[in-house]
Design a protein around this ligand. Structure first.
Ligand SMILES: [Zn+2]
Length: 122
């Protein structure tokens, strides 16, 4: 039987294969998701201006306006973040999974489209 890990809206079948976990949709919990993009908000220095980049397929967009970025819902975001974006075959919803650098630690936050945090218990 697979071991299920739940992390504020993110679930993984830890033993899905010998060396990979199956990620479930942060919105509906089903296991049929597609990763389609990477949003990077890089800061050359702490509290510096963001250098926003989006990679979707083979296309790279630089200098992306902040309003188009899948930005984490994080107070006092002072460093870099990376968000994987995707969609779900079952609920047809879009989602993001942000990795947030904060004070020497890395946090992971699932997002729903319009890019707000998925609340635990969904
Ligand atoms: Zn779903």
């Amino acid at each position: 039987m697979n071991d299920i890990k739940v992390m504020d809206g993110l679930k993984f079948d830890v033993m899905h294969t010998d060396n990979a976990a199956l990620m479930h949709c942060p919105s509906c919990g089903e296991g049929y998701t597609h990763i389609t993009g990477v949003h990077v908000g890089g800061r050359p220095k702490e509290d510096g201006p963001f250098e926003n980049v989006i990679v979707e397929g083979s296309k790279v967009r630089e200098h992306v306006p902040a309003g188009l970025m899948a930005m984490p819902d994080w107070p006092n975001l002072r460093r870099d973040y990376v968000t994987l974006t995707g969609w779900c075959e079952m609920c047809h919803g879009s989602f993001g999974i942000s990795f947030i650098q904060h004070k020497g630690q890395t946090f992971v936050q699932p997002l729903t489209n319009s890019w707000s945090a998925v609340k635990p218990g969904r």
